[in-house]
Design a protein around this ligand. Structure first.
Ligand code: NAD
Length: 312
């Protein structure tokens, strides 16, 4: 099997390229990344169990057709991913992320290759309490330019599938936690782990402490991607992927089990709102796929990675 992964050196991709061979033997993995974020370390020490091929390229401009030939599936992860920073560059967010997804989707349609698209639970904005993929438009309320671009990408993918031009599905991933060689530290759980180890106060958005939001263990993200490929779930639908719905308070409690004297500093942020919601994996559960990740264990592993980074 030949798999193309865009954005392969990122937080999700750098774990996916190592673990997909555990699900599929005899696999060719073609990794595309523009190296803008310089995550060369994601390529260090790749296992011998797969055939890897790295292409430095930008999916908003590179020629995709020759790369896609003979592929069995494209997993599209390439994106600008800092939601909070996206307020300062809304046009760039739409230009890069939407254009990237459109180009990849059209190339997949042309080559008749199925596509997995990574969207985000940040497209939700509801005070309903519980929400799933079957919700109405009233529960979709992207709170940042990043989330708006994700929603527009979902619509694009669904339209192409409806017209019969593309076989694809979109994941709405919860905020990722868990370690990988290309991991980032600007999303909630990892950022708090970093701050705790560095002896800094945890910077929590003022409204967010008791709000419940969806998180996804990286190991579950990889398993869910493999499940979609194994079961050929390219039905044009959106699938939520969430391990746990937690409050920041609960995340901080997990960190406090390992790091003493953690303090919290409440700060303003442009994504602040009064919304607290719980995202259900209705469609994956209906296919008998269950999440196995563990927030406490992932927090422990993340802190462990950094344990000697700041002697006190
Ligand atoms: N990490 C999360 O919490 C999370 C949650 C929901 C959805 N997602 C989505 O999952 C996908 C992967 O997320 P991630 O956390 O691995 O992101 P990441 O920022 O860690 O990695 C993205 C990778 O894409 C590359 N890239 C960016 N633009 C590119 C382009 N135009 N051409 C080629 N490469 C490009 C970057 O260099 C980087 O290596 C993204 O679409 C993201 O929006 C992530």
């Amino acid at each position: 099997m030949k798999v193309i992964i865009t954005g392969a050196l990122g937080h999700i991709g750098s774990r996916l390229i190592r673990e997909l061979p555990l699900h599929f033997s005899n696999i060719d993995i073609v990794m595309i990344d523009n190296l803008k974020t310089q995550r060369y370390a994601s390529l260090f020490g790749l296992p011998d169990v797969a055939r890897y091929h790295f292409i430095e390229g930008d999916v908003t401009s590179m020629e995709l057709a020759p790369v896609l030939s003979d592929a069995d599936v494209v997993i599209h992860l390439a994106a600008l991913t800092d939601a909070a920073a996206s307020f300062d560059q809304p046009e760039e967010m739409e230009r890069v992320n939407y254009t990237a997804t459109k180009r990849v989707a059209e190339a997949c349609a042309h080559a008749k290759i199925p596509m997995i698209h990574a969207s985000s639970t940040s497209v939700y904005g509801t005070s309903k309490g519980k929400v799933d993929e079957c919700c109405g438009d009233e529960d979709i309320n992207p709170q940042s330019p990043y989330a708006e671009a994700k929603r527009n990408e979902e619509i694009l993918i669904a339209d192409l599938c409806k017209k019969g031009e593309l076989q694809a599905m979109s994941f709405r991933f919860g905020t990722i936690f868990g370690t990988s060689p290309g991991m980032r530290f600007h999303t909630a759980v990892n950022k708090f782990c970093w701050q705790a180890i560095m002896g800094l106060p945890l910077t929590v958005w003022k409204t967010a402490y008791e709000q419940r939001r969806p998180y996804l263990d990286l190991s579950d993200a990889v398993r869910a991607v493999a499940f979609v490929i194994e079961n050929r779930l390219f039905d044009g639908k959106i699938y939520n992927a969430v391990t746990v719905n937690a409050t920041v308070h609960e995340v901080v409690d997990q960190i406090c089990r390992h790091v003493p004297n953690v303090s919290v500093n409440f700060v303003n942020n442009r994504i602040m709102n009064q919304l607290s919601y719980h995202v259900l994996n209705t469609r994956l559960s209906a296919k008998d796929f269950g999440m196995k990740g563990d927030l406490g264990q992932a927090v422990k592993e993340t802190l462990e990675l950094l344990k000697n980074a700041n002697a006190r």
